[in-house]
Design a protein around this ligand. Sequence first.
Ligand code: VG1
Ligand code: CO
Length: 554
Amino acid sequence: MYYSKPIKLQPVKTQPFTDQKPGTSGLRKTVNTFKQTDYLQNFVQSIFNCLPDLAGSTLIVGGDGRYYNREAIQIILRMAAANSVGKVILGQGGIFSTPAASHMIRKHKALGGIILSASHNPGGMDGDFGIKYNISNGGPAPEEFTEAVFEASKKITEYHIAGIKGIPLDIIGEYTIDRLQIEIVDSVADYAELMESLFDFPKIKQLLTSDKFTMCFDGMYAVCGPYAKKILEGQLGAKEGTVIRGESLPNFGGCHPDPNLVHAKQLVDLMYDAEETGSSPNFGAASDGDGDRNMIMGDYFFVTPSDSLAVIAANAHLIPAYKGGLKGIGRSMPTSQAPDRVAEKLEIPCYETPTGWKFFGNLLDDGRITLCGEESFGTGSDHVREKDGLWAVLCWLNILAERGQSVEDIVRQHWAEFGRNYYTRHDYENIPSEAADKLILNLQNNMDSLVEREFNNRKVITADNFTYHDPVDGSVSKNQGIRILFDDGSRIIFRLSGTGTGGATLRLYIERYVKDIKEHDLDTQEALYDLIETAELIANIIGFTGRDEPTVIT
Ligand code: VG1
Ligand code: CO
């Protein structure tokens, strides 16, 4: 359908903003920041200015449906028209989960995609908004590109936008605006087809329809609900009501769409209800605002994300897509070393990358890894170039269907074979940036003097600020987190978050490896107590931040 004749407009004159530096995963700011006149336009034009092949190209556009998603998409469509983009493929209602958008970029061999999301950050009028560009492999743009966009944003003087009336985002179909084609497609269908091609759906269906098995998926009122409903309840026959909080709402129902033990409280309460009523589901899962994170739980049992990656890797041969074996595993530096032990047994390499999915792209493209993950509830594979929440849930379901054991039994057997990596992350949110910077600087300055020192009977063998050398393109990424490594394999890591929008968030990651099965039943915080104490001693968190306890413990 020829939709609307654009009014040719002169480029709009604009002033640069100084704060459009993308973080761990795109540009994230409060909705109010994004609503400033020309703020979004400047950033989108800066992306376009860094894409020499833009004219006539295909872009995928969609977001997690949070407040301001629809307005932002109308602006992006008008700018795409004025910047000579050839075609935009848009999810219905402006919706794509992050992994679905990654798949669409790959499937349609698009130049790239614009994903609108602040992921696990709260949404709504007073919440956060975000935008990121993904390249043609479907993955987040590498640092070199995001740096170029930031540089462009500091120099921008004008942007191009067509004067057209709004596109009806909810109606599937094709529209033509001048030379720009817009195709609005079902947001879920292609992704669901991809999932069906990777897993043993008949086997999972048998499990989900048996009266001995129940599961609960918490959509957190975010983007993943409709995907989970279609795939779990629709295609796989899970009972109606398996997906809770399954509607996508622009403010995520006022909740914080971060699938962890604190924010997915309803699910956690249900899974830990066992002792009282004995009626907890056998399997529980949740995903975040944009559908790329996952939390996995069993009946009265929480699976640490690092363990989840390790268990999936050790059982990947049970999943049709991976039965031919894994090429390698990637994990972010702060993620526990549980996957390394599996890689060792499988005699495949394990790569340690900085935090953020963009660092896995080269390893996946180069065929060096098949699975990858982060401690922050992110797991994925070479099927797309983003972490993928529902994919991880389907991995677990496929493994559960094949092994016929409980989640807890599978994890305990894993520990028995490989040893247990006790792991925790303590987040200190919203501390003044200055205090956070001073704390890190202090650590940096004292790092060298820590080596060879003993704390609670452990000797420090390495203390450094992690530098990553990408083995594929040779790029070097410095200052990726302070690591303190001990002689018994324990680790303490400090870094500042790159996704927050208010003040700074200090993340403290702690890990301890225990081989002896007799010691696999400890409470995680207790098992790590002396390392937590050592971390305070080394970093003086209380002194620098005034906080005597973390905001979130996972
Ligand atoms: C956090 C996580 C990181 C993840 C990133 C994006 O980053 O720690 O592992 O890749 O969020 O996830 P940071 O810089 O705040 O620690 V998502 O689901 O928010 O796109
Ligand atoms: Co996310």
